[in-house]
Write a protein that binds this ligand. Structure first.
Ligand code: CUA
Length: 185
């Protein structure tokens, strides 16, 4: 280094630093661009619903009581599926949803943190004790989709999964009480 003029040395360092900041800048722009692109085109947003529920009593009465789980079509036509995530299963194990209609999924857990995703959709959320996790989606393809737990929740974690049955409109026929369960096939 003794034979390089100190000023040259300084400029070389500056040049390297500028290249690095350019590279990092491109990387940050690419990541931000990806976040915005998936949010706008695929509805990938962080779940932002803050709603409390008592994990000790949620199964006894109210929204997450056993008779109220699964899919319900309200009188205004809105579709809501309520699911309990518990060590180590989902209740119910299968939910029926309509094709190409807005569906609200609501999850709660009485025990530990679980995670939920539905393969091939934008549904991906944590289910934290004490809170209701809520996501909206529209299922664009008919057929059975896998809904595994994706947060390690104990020894039976890998056995914890459910099925989302996406039914075409002519098969999505709720009963007089507005409830519909998976078709037996
Ligand atoms: Cu529930 Cu892993």
């Amino acid at each position: 280094m003794a034979d390089i003029h100190p000023e040259m040395h300084e400029r070389r360092i500056l040049g390297t630093e500028l290249w690095w900041s350019f590279g990092v800048g491109v990387l940050i722009a690419a990541v931000l661009g990806m976040v915005i692109f998936t949010a706008v085109t695929m509805g990938m947003n962080p779940p932002s619903n803050v709603e409390r529920i008592d994990p000790k009593t949620l199964h006894l009465s109210g929204e997450f009581a056993e008779h109220n789980l699964g899919t319900t079509v309200a009188s205004d036509g809105s579709v809501t599926a309520r699911i309990i995530a518990t060590q180590f299963m989902f209740l119910p194990r299968c939910i029926a949803v309509p094709h190409r209609r807005r569906v609200t999924l609501r999850f709660a857990t009485p025990d530990v943190i679980h995670g939920i995703l539905v393969t091939g959709t934008n549904v991906n959320t944590m289910v934290v004790p004490g809170y209701v996790a809520q996501v909206h989606t529209e299922f664009m393809r008919t057929g059975d989709l896998l809904m595994p737990c994706h947060e390690y929740c104990g020894l039976g974690h890998s056995e914890m999964w459910a099925t989302v049955q996406v039914l075409p409109e002519n098969e999505f026929k709720p009963g007089p009480d507005g409830r519909i369960s998976c078709a037996q096939r």
